[in-house]
Design a binder for this molecule. Sequence first.
Ligand code: ADP
Ligand code: MG
Length: 264
Amino acid sequence: MTLAAPANGDVSLLRLQNIEKSFGSLKVLQGISVEVARGEVVAIIGGSGSGKSTLLRCVNLMERPSAGRIEFGNFVADFDGNRKTIIGEERLRQLRTQIGMVFQSYNLWPHKTVMENVMCAPMLVKGVSRRDAAGQAEQLLDRIGLAQRRNHYPFQLSGGQQQRVAIVRALAMQPKAMLFDEVTSALDPELVGEVLGLMAELANEGMTMLIVTHEIAFARDVSSRTLFFDRGVIAESGPSRDVLRNPQSERMRQFLSRVLHESY
Ligand code: ADP
Ligand code: MG
């Protein structure tokens, strides 16, 4: 087992040890071990069905690992296939408020305005006052140039705008880390750049991020490390500049040439 460890020796914010996940007889994750340092940006690439989304969902326990250990800040949970690990509601809530997640489909609440979408979770989950939530939401929307759209509904925005609102909605919880699952895959090509641009800004500001993406140039420029998933294992990993330019394994080479060709 190779432990994909942060290069700079910093204290880890997230540590996954030997994470396994099965759905019935289908073993989707076969022992994933990763450490992510505070402020580090890690890209996850790999073919469809290789377990990338399942891993992200295990990190914030939307999916419960079959085995392994998750450490995130002070949070620790061990999973053992033979007995059920009990995690109290409050610990689960704390973990989830500290980890923001954005998906491929924007998942904004369609019947709420842009402003309400951004204000909602801090008020409901963290007990932030309406006034403070509104102040923060305005700042966040201003940052992405959508302050004037605050009273619009999601359907009145472009896909790129909706996805940027989804990102700042997650930021409104002031998370310690952000998980991105193919957030540009459903966008028209001309809208991809504005979303990747916002993610690159967050990376520059020191946000800890795990990014599942097919945007290889973005992964190379923005992430410090890349993990290549193949059939539930990390088949290759290393500094993004090296492994994305010069993959060592035949499978990763094939995968990269496939995705790079698809973009033409
Ligand atoms: P990726 O994100 O790399 O495309 P996923 O993590 O979504 O891969 O899925 C990995 C495998 O697990 C796939 O074969 C998928 O069909 C299966 N899978 C994912 N979620 C479930 C589920 N809730 N129930 C059954 N099978 C699932
Ligand atoms: Mg996926």
